[in-house]
Write a protein that binds this ligand. Structure first.
Ligand code: DGP
Length: 141
């Protein structure tokens, strides 16, 4: 599962060690390294070594492993970096802000007064639309 043959993907290159990174964690399936453009002190990316485009395409076992590692890192951020909270998030698709098309989880330590704003301006939806949305998703699951 750790085999990685994608030649152009930047995170595949990092996973193969062809591009240097500040490694935070590594095993045969998962690599975690510091984000080159940190949103906060310690901002880390967790990637599956095998090339997977995004979270929606990730096999369940690797998804579980990636989030397991993300949780461990989040705990270490609180206990060792003095983080007051942590954001764990992943972007899927360009429209959602994914700039590197290789599945990765952002683990972003948060500090009181760090000034970082991850906000979701609310959309007003009618009750009928909320019902319909719930039904569509509910049926698919
Ligand atoms: P996203 O926008 O969700 O696809 O996040 C991509 C992140 O990857 C972004 O925060 C910057 C980071 N990044 C891009 N290229 C490199 C790199 O070469 N090395 C490291 N360490 N991080 C990178």
């Amino acid at each position: 599962m750790s085999e990685n043959k994608n030649t152009s993907c930047i995170f595949c290159k990092i996973a193969r060690g062809e591009i240097p990174s500040y490694k935070v964690y590594e095993d045969n399936e998962i690599l975690a390294f510091l984000d080159i453009n940190p949103a906060s002190r310690g901002h880390t990316l967790v990637v599956v070594k095998e090339h997977v485009d995004d979270v929606t395409k990730c096999p369940r076992h690797l998804l579980d492993r990636a989030f397991e590692v993300a949780q461990m890192i989040a705990q270490a951020m609180v206990s060792q970096l003095g983080a007051d909270g942590v954001n764990i998030l992943t972007n899927a698709g360009e429209v959602a802000g994914q700039s590197v098309p290789h599945f990765h989880i952002h683990v972003i330590p948060r500090y009181i007064n760090d000034g970082l704003k991850l906000t979701f301006p609310p959309k007003q939806l009618e009750n009928k639309e909320m019902e319909d949305l719930k039904d569509i998703l509910n049926k698919a699951l």
